[in-house]
Design a protein around this ligand. Sequence first.
Ligand code: IPE
Ligand code: IPE
Ligand code: MG
Length: 262
Amino acid sequence: MPHPSSTLEIPEPQDVPRHIAIIMDGNGRWARQRHLPRFAGHKRGLNAVRVTVKACAERGVGFLTLFAFSSENWRRPPDEVALLMQLFLEALENEVQKLHRNGIRFKLIGERAAFDPRLRSLIAEGEALTAGNTGLTLTIAANYGGRWDILKALSRLAAAKPEALAKDGIGEEELSPYLSTSYAPEPDLFIRTGGERRASNFLLWQMAYTELYFTDTLWPNFDAAALEAAFAAYRTRERRFGRTTEQLGEAGTASAPVAPRA
Ligand code: IPE
Ligand code: IPE
Ligand code: MG
């Protein structure tokens, strides 16, 4: 069954977010503070990934999506890009078995054609190995861009159902099965570490009603306590999905269908 859309129906409220999406930012600054090369920050960032995956699995989060490399990160110096790709490759080699043993399903979103063949096959093997796991779904967004995702979905829809685009206006429910995250509910909680307050072309479509949480903590310093602080902030949010506060208290309105626009 497809996951409900926050703009077509009102999601059930949840204490623990079902889906958390994180922009892991601040590795370079973490390294600079220590007079280390930027790459040292990326390496330490991988440690924060391990800690966060474990904490999310323990807390019963269903989906964790981590932004590891954006479609714009190719603009970085070639040596940094090469080191990031190498780190990603090593992480796949070393961690996938561990993910599998812990019942975690691994997925990758992003344009993988740009990766070298060895990396592409490790990704495909990791996805195949863990496809049947029912614990946390860990998605790595790599060479991912929110605009790429929407455009890709449109072209896939056009190829599969040309008539859907030919008619007057396409519906969300026609497009959403072709988005890269179609297997996941929309994120409930977005976290960006490192102090910047921007989306940087992450899940643009999917974050229509996601709660946004920003922290100055640099990604390598992010840990279970920092995640707990984000959860605490999330629990204080009133998720209205377009309604008024008064409506939230009214019985029977919590999952009422959204009335069609006039
Ligand atoms: C995030 O950390 C990791 C990637 C984008 C790969 P940065 O490398 O962007 O760290 P800052 O923003 O320079 O501190
Ligand atoms: C966003 O971080 C992408 C990732 C964390 C992978 P950046 O550090 O690349 O974002 P900008 O350039 O500051 O917006
Ligand atoms: Mg950054």
